[in-house]
Every structure is written in C-alpha cells, then in structure tokens.
Ligand binder design. Structure first.
Ligand SMILES: C[S@@+](CC[C@H](N)C(=O)[O-])C[C@H]1O[C@@H](n2cnc3c(N)ncnc32)[C@H](O)[C@@H]1O
Length: 496
C-alpha cells in the first residue's frame, strides 16, 4: 500500500532508542540509486490517516531528505506491549553504539517486567511453538544479539557511572575498561559506607584514652569493659624501650618475666568482656646456653592456670623478611606466635570477612563475592579484604613483613624499635572490628566497640581503629611514645 510520506512519523520509542544512531548519508545514496526495496512496517497512528513507523525509520528520514512524496508501507496490527520487542528485533543486525544497546536493554527489560506481552509475542512470532524459558537478562541479550555478560556489564556501568557511556561511544574506553573503573569506584564507595562514621560528627561518641603508665594495673578500666585486645608486649631480654622501672622484659629470669607478664594478662582478663577476643603476640628468646626457652607457650600455660582463658588459635606469624642472622650451627628464626584467647565460646569474630582460597573455604564468602548478608568484607583501607593479607593455604599462618621503621619515623617524628607489622594490624583488627557502624549480626555500634592495647607503643593499631569509628585505649611506659600518639589522635580530631 502506498502512503504519503508526510503522513508517516517515526515511532516515539524508536526515537528514544536510536535517535543518536541515525547516520543516513550512505542510505540516501542507495535509495537514490535503487529506490525503496522493502516496504516500511507501520501501525496506525493516533490521528486518523497517520501512521507510526516501526521498521524503516532511517529510510523514512532518507525519503524526507530526498523529498519523495509517497512510500510503500505494510500496515500491521500489534498489541502495545509487543512494540518494544518488535522495534528492537527490526534493528537487531544494525551497528549500534553501546549507549544505544543500553537503551534497548532498559526498554526491553521494562517491557518484560510489565507483563507477558512480549513473551506472548515471542511465542507467536519469534519462537513459534517453542517454550520460552530463561531469565529476563538472557532473553534480552538474545533478542539484542549480545551475551548476558555484556547485558550485565552495560547495566552495571549505567548504574554506577552512566557518564562513561560518552567515552565508550567515542571509542575512548572499551566496555570492559569502563566496567573495571566502575567496580573500583563501587568498592571505594562501599568502603566509605563501612567507614562513614569516620568524620567529625561521630567523633564525640568515640573515646580515646592513652595513658603513660604500666598496664600491670589498669584501674581506669572497669571489669568486662573491653571488646578486644590486640597487643604485642615486650619480649624477654630483647630490648629496652625506656628507663622506666616498670618496663617489662628485663627481669632476671624468664620465670620472673612470665610472672610479670601474666600480671598484665590477669588485668587483661578482668577488663575483657565475656564475648571479647584477645590476640597476644609473643616471641621466644635463647638463653645463655643457646637454648630456646619456650617462653610464649609457658606464658600461655601460666595464663591458663591463673584464669579461665580459652586458647582458640596459635597463629604463626611468618616473617617474609626476617632479620639476617650470622648463626651457622642452627637455622635462623623466621616466625613468632599470635595466640587467640577468649573468655567464653560465645565471642564476636568476623569469620565472614575471611575469604579462603584454600580447600577449607568459608561457607559465607564476602559480600562482593556473592554473600547477601550485607556485611562488607572490607577493612579499614577499603581496598582489600582480610584474605588478601592471609596466607593462601593456611589460615592460621600469616606471612607479614617487618614494619617499616622509616615510615613510622616519618609519621611520628621518632623511631620505635619494633612497631606492629602493618599486615598483622590489618588482619587482627579486621577479625574483630564490627563490620558496620550498626552491625546487623551483633547489633553493636562501632563506637561501643572498645579496643585495648596494653603495650601500645606508637600505636598505629589504635589510630587505625579510631579512624574506623571504634573507641580505643592504650598504655605505654614510654612517655615519648604516648605523647607522640596523642598528637596523632589530635590530628584526627580526637579530644584528649
Ligand atoms: C613491642 S612494643 C609494642 C609496639 C606497638 N605494638 C607498636 O606498634 O608501636 C612494646 C611496648 O611496650 C611498652 N612497655 C614496656 N613495658 C611496659 C609496661 N609495663 N606497661 C605498658 N607498656 C610497656 C614499651 O615501651 C613498648 O613500646
């Protein structure tokens, strides 16, 4: 049937999807040479005698451009709900910009959501006699002629950074590159959400207490008050940190050292809450006969004799860069211990954040890898999850490098002989830190979470805890260390 071109209008949905994709120069030349080979497919318009073009909108533009008065059309009758899929199907083989494909996806998805119209259409026109199955994304991908992966990526980019489509359309970025940019951005945003209680308005509820005194008596702290203790006490006869007479580690015998350290540990037991966790970092010392004294285990045995500690893990901290040793008649030492101790079996522990790549995989993988608990796997710096810091095979072996003293010196203006390695800090903190300001699992707020280090030194651990919204408590006999740490807390806006 022949219709006046002036009575033909492009279907508005067609304009919405393809308006930016209507280059007609070649087609104009073609139509000039051979005329219109195929009739345009149209439906009756709202005004009588007018028609809306479903297939052939570029050709319609050419006809108007060439001022051709009449065109051959095929009038069809379709349900309104069938129109989106028809328009997309007619354009399936066309070369399209990614932003145009995205529009197709969004429109088709919407129409699939509205009802079964499109599926009915498929049954009737596309997959006649076939049972239509599969999820919307699959069907949409198939209709457009792209994989489900591409459908997901384009939608992801649209949801996270829609402004990237201009650059993708211009060929400046591939879809994959844009997808990676979006993933990175989303991870950073998620991490910010986890850490959103950083910032001044929340600081008032956070406590910071740094005391320049021995932690052998911690009268300032009530019983069962502390949520977690992470600490690395002075090891026996390794070094002096100050001239303070209360400084631990220089006792006459290992027995005396163990007794004194256990006094500190008794206090730790008193202040730790019933569902609290303590990580205690200890190393051994050779005696004058060149024998290891088994001090770490003797400390634990004594602690367990004195109080009802439950020892949950003996973690090996393997040093990736142990101090070089000139010893020729034995192997050099390259690890020390971290003991995980609790007061009851009912303690808070973020096992959920530990993604294992080993055969003993966590049954609850982190959020971004498919877990729907709403618990973010990210710890303080927001970029890595705990498993990124853990040994790939054995979860109770941490491979850490000795802390960078130069960096510590830069930050604090003075040198600490053995600051806590960064990796230990992140792993151990991550295991106890409430995942969110309001933890869905425990119902606890981060500011109600109290972390203690009774041998805090230049405690980047407490600073990091504070930056993550928790309250922190530290003791050290060396006043240079405590002064310096207090200064750093003030820089973060803490009042103390
Ligand atoms: C191994 S360092 C801890 C380092 C700390 N984790 C850091 O990252 O800087 C041990 C700390 O315990 C402190 N110390 C020694 N005797 C102490 C005592 N009786 N009470 C509290 N702190 C003590 C030392 O001054 C030293 O800073």
């Amino acid at each position: 049937m022949k219709i006046e071109v002036s009575k033909l209008k492009s279907h508005p949905l067609n304009d919405r999807i393809y308006s930016g994709n209507m280059d007609i120069d070649d087609l104009v030349e073609n139509i000039k040479k051979v005329g219109l080979l195929e009739p345009l497919v149209v439906i009756p318009g709202n005004i009588s005698g007018n028609y809306l073009v479903l297939s052939g909108n570029r050709r319609l533009k050419c006809l108007k451009h060439l001022e051709i008065s009449h065109a051959n059309v095929r009038v069809i009758n379709v349900e309104k709900s069938e129109i989106p899929l028809m328009i997309v199907s007619y354009n399936r083989t066309r070369v399209k910009k990614p932003s145009c494909i995205l529009k197709e996806i969004l429109i088709l998805e919407k129409s699939y959501r509205i009802g079964r119209g499109s599926r009915e259409f498929q049954k009737r026109f596309v997959n006649v006699g076939k049972k239509v199955k599969g999820d919307t994304r699959e069907i949409v991908g198939e209709k457009i002629g792209i994989s489900t992966g591409q459908v997901s990526k384009l939608k992801y980019i649209y949801n996270i950074k829609p402004e990237l489509f201009d650059r993708i359309d211009d060929g400046e970025l591939t879809i994959n590159q844009a997808y990676i940019i979006c993933e990175r951005h989303k991870n950073q945003e998620d991490a910010k959400k986890v850490n959103k209680i950083k910032g001044r308005k929340n600081l008032h509820s956070q406590q910071v207490t740094i005391l320049n005194k021995s932690s052998e008596v911690m009268d300032e702290i009530p019983n069962n008050f502390i949520s977690a203790i992470i600490t690395s006490p002075v090891f026996y006869l390794k070094r002096r940190y100050s001239n303070n007479e209360n400084e631990l580690g220089n006792e006459k015998s290992s027995e005396d050292y163990i007794k004194r350290l256990c006094n500190h540990m008794d206090e730790c037991y008193r202040v730790l809450s019933k569902d609290g966790v303590m990580f205690l970092h200890l190393d051994d010392t050779y005696d004058e006969n060149g024998s290891l004294q088994n001090i770490p285990h003797r400390v634990i045995i004594e602690m367990m004799k004195r109080r009802k500690w439950i020892l949950r893990n003996t973690i090996i901290n393997k040093k990736s860069n142990p101090l070089p040793s000139s010893v020729k008649n034995r192997l050099s030492s390259s690890y020390d211990f971290i003991f995980m101790l609790v007061k009851s079996r009912n303690y808070s522990f973020n096992h959920i954040r530990v993604k294992s790549t080993s055969s003993n995989k966590s049954i609850t993988p982190p959020f971004h890898r498919g877990n729907n608990t709403g618990v973010s796997p990210y710890i303080s710096d927001g970029k890595k999850n705990i498993q990124d810091f853990l040994d790939e095979v054995n979860l109770d072996i941490i491979v850490s490098s000795v802390a960078n003293q130069i960096r510590t010196k830069k930050r604090f203006g003075l040198l600490h002989p053995c600051p806590f390695p960064e990796k230990l800090r992140k792993v151990l903190l991550g295991l106890v830190l409430p995942p969110n300001n309001s933890d869905k699992i425990t119902g606890k707020k981060r500011s109600d979470f109290r972390l203690l280090d009774p041998f805090c030194g230049l405690s980047e651990l407490l600073l990091e805890g504070y930056e993550n919204g928790i309250s922190v408590y530290g003791y050290d006999v060396n006043s240079n260390f405590t002064k310096s740490v207090i200064k750093e807390f003030r820089k973060l806006g803490a009042s103390l």
